[in-house]
Design a protein around this ligand. Structure first.
Ligand code: DX5
Ligand code: ZN
Length: 218
């Protein structure tokens, strides 16, 4: 069981409900990249716009918060159509409390780490998460090269989850996922895949999602 989560970062922002409808029925979750121009050098959507997109989305939404100090802000993204909220370990003042607050809203809690953050730093927090997101690019922009050197982190997460019997926790990768790279990430132990430019720069986004799924499991 794997999940493909198209990121709308490379979609047409002027027609998002329709862009999301194009992939519904093929994708599992919609990945929403929220950037504040502080934690990352780019801005996408504020809270109000994010809630609008989530409400109109034909797919349940996987919110990826690339915002500084998300501690009190994160829970505001919880709605009936929000499947998960992921915060960055590096951005939180109190990651444990923030993850607990997200879970208390009845939403899955995700913890993301940037390429320079080691898995050992978040080991103690893993009992508090429903998903770990291993970034395979520096967060901020779509269309970057997949960092295969992050795969040992994915392998380590998979090993820990197995040892603990945490079968219900997901391991997500985000950045540079394509037909060329998805199998590598799958073999390392990822089960949840974000794909931005691979999906929305292709001629047929829905078909690309099917092909990505097949390629991962090939
Ligand atoms: C990058 C974002 C990603 C981005 C992925 O900071 O978190 O979700 O949209 O885009 P691609 O798949 O093009 O690397
Ligand atoms: Zn993302």
């Amino acid at each position: 069981m794997i999940r493909i989560c198209p990121s709308i970062l490379n979609a047409n922002f002027d027609d998002l409900p329709n862009e999301i409808r194009r992939v519904a029925g093929h994708a599992d979750l919609l990945h929403l990249d929220v950037m504040d121009n502080i934690f990352v050098p780019n801005f996408t959507f504020d809270l109000a716009k994010s809630l609008e997109i989530i409400a109109e989305s034909a797919l349940p939404v996987d919110v990826h918060l690339m915002i500084d100090e998300p501690d009190t802000e994160a829970v505001k993204f919880a709605t009936d159509n929000t499947a998960s909220i992921t915060v960055h370990y590096e951005a939180c003042n109190d990651p444990q409390q923030t993850l607990r607050d997200i879970r208390s809203m009845g939403v899955r809690a995700g913890l993301a780490i940037k390429p320079n953050t080691h898995m050992e730093e978040i080991q103690e927090l893993l009992s508090e998460v429903d998903m770990i997101l291993v970034m395979t690019v520096e967060p901020g922009f779509g269309g970057q090269r997949f960092m295969s050197e992050m795969m040992p982190k994915v392998e380590m997460a998979r090993k820990w989850f197995r040892q603990k019997g945490w079968d219900e926790k997901w391991i997500q990768v985000d950045g540079g996922i394509s037909l060329e790279t998805i199998r590598t990430a799958y073999l390392a132990g990822a089960d949840t895949f974000v794909a931005g430019s691979a999906v929305y720069r292709s001629d047929d986004p829905a078909e690309m999602i099917d092909r990505l799924r097949e390629e991962a499991l090939s």
